[in-house]
Design a protein. Structure first.
Length: 426
């Protein structure tokens, strides 16, 4: 009977000690949100309560196809040696394959660790437990060398397992919180970038006597690579352009701002649209990677005559709708911008008669896709314009955008959308 009481008291004492350890950990990390700080405290507590020389936590990299562990925090006493990479790798492999406790009280004679060199044998014993959240392995917690040279006991094994199971969820929650903060910060930056980009685009269309002008830009993401602009030139002429940068999102937006600054400076210097495109192309080529380029159309409208001189650097051909309702393309007169340092562009011209409409667009309109992957196509847009040409350009623009949205049928917008309409009234 006394022996039974003694055994019960020992078990009770062990349970009390385990609760103290868990309470110590919980109290320490409850007010900490940084992943690094939480892991740091977990390792420190492991070293303290298990009386070991060194402890470490390794976490599995998220979204990693090769499932590589990354050692986040390592704490060690002054007498400990650095854990060799081959031991790190072996523990990684063991956890990925077995997802169970790894215990060795005699590393030098352990067949599982026969690959270690003499230097590595400064580690006498290892106790390593998996960190799992809802059956998913997120990493492992390991301790090395009891300070009194004693072997790891079943009590140590149980205690580290409990500490690991309690710590895993805390670590995962902290990681999720940091990811959420990073995502929120990125979204704020993207919103700020969108505000900047919107300010780079014209805030209104120019008021030109005898003409109606409409322009719209809708990026596929927060920011985009489509570009349009209007520039007041000498003799009351109006410069207008539309461009499409390769790619989408922030990289395209940065290149778009570069293109805008370059083009505006050249448009004010060179009266000839070909010279403007040639200079813009040269600077764009020098300031961008070989894989980055832009399609670009630049026209100069003389409102007194209705004449438009233009140069087209590989952009989707704008369409001129005359009185016969035929859509005449204004084809490319030179290469895309940024492809070659020295590119030549030829000039062409058209005359807008009363009621004529010039339609400029980017491929985000014609290549808009429905959930089945079918593109809207150019023919549909041509029919919309011819059927509604008596309406204002603002109404025609709304009809086109409505058709694009209807065709997409709730599918996500696949590319930036930009369109411009110029109509001669008299």
């Amino acid at each position: 009977m006394p022996e039974q009481i003694t055994s019960d008291n020992q078990q009770l004492q062990l349970a009390v000690n385990e609760l103290k350890v868990l309470n110590d950990i919980a109290t320490t990390i409850s007010s900490i949100q940084s992943v690094d700080d939480i892991i740091d405290q977990i390792v420190i507590k492991c070293i303290k309560h298990l009386q070991v020389e060194e402890g470490m936590v390794s976490l599995l990299e998220k979204n990693s196809d090769d499932q590589q562990f990354h050692t986040m925090i390592r704490r060690q006493g002054s007498s400990a040696s650095k854990i060799p990479n081959n031991l790190d790798n072996r523990l990684t492999g063991w956890m990925l394959k077995n997802r169970s406790i790894f215990l060795s009280n005699n590393i030098e004679k352990d067949e599982r660790l026969h690959f270690l060199d003499d230097f590595s044998y400064s580690f006498k014993s290892i106790l390593c437990v998996p960190l799992t959240v809802k059956a998913d392995l997120i990493g492992y917690l390991a301790v090395f060398n009891k300070k009194d040279n004693a072997p790891f006991s079943n009590q140590d094994r149980r205690l580290l397992s409990i500490m690991g199971s309690q710590s895993a969820q805390v670590i995962e929650n902290a990681r999720l919180y940091e990811e959420e903060k990073a995502l929120q910060s990125l979204q704020e930056e993207m919103n700020f970038a969108r505000e900047i980009q919107l300010k780079l685009l014209p805030d209104s269309t120019p008021d030109v006597a005898g003409f109606e002008i409409s322009a719209t830009n809708i990026p596929a993401k927060s920011v985009g690579g489509d570009y349009y602009d209007f520039i007041s030139l000498h003799d009351k002429k109006l410069g207008f352009c539309i461009g499409d940068i390769t790619g989408k999102g922030m990289p395209a937006a940065i290149l778009m701002s570069n293109l805008q600054a370059t083009f505006r400076s050249h448009a004010l210097i060179f009266e000839d649209c070909c010279d403007c495109l040639k200079g813009t192309n040269k600077l764009l080529f020098k300031s961008t990677e070989p894989t980055k380029f832009a399609t670009f159309f630049y026209g100069i409208l003389d409102p007194h005559t209705g004449t438009i001189e233009y140069a087209n650097g590989g952009h989707d051909a704008p369409l001129l709708f005359g009185s016969d309702n035929e859509a005449v393309p204004l084809n490319a007169t030179g290469l895309l911008l940024g492809v070659m340092e020295e590119s030549e562009y030829t000039k062409d011209s058209i005359l807008l008669q009363q009621g004529d409409i010039l339609f400029l667009y980017t491929d985000g309109i014609t290549e808009a896709m429905n959930p089945e992957g079918v593109e809207l196509g150019l023919e549909k847009i041509i029919h919309l314009i011819t059927d509604n040409r008596d309406k204002s350009v603002h109404e025609i623009s709304g009809i086109i955008l409505s058709e694009v949205k209807q065709h997409e049928n709730h599918a996500s917008q696949s590319d930036d959308i930009t369109l411009m309409l110029i109509k001669r009234l008299a």
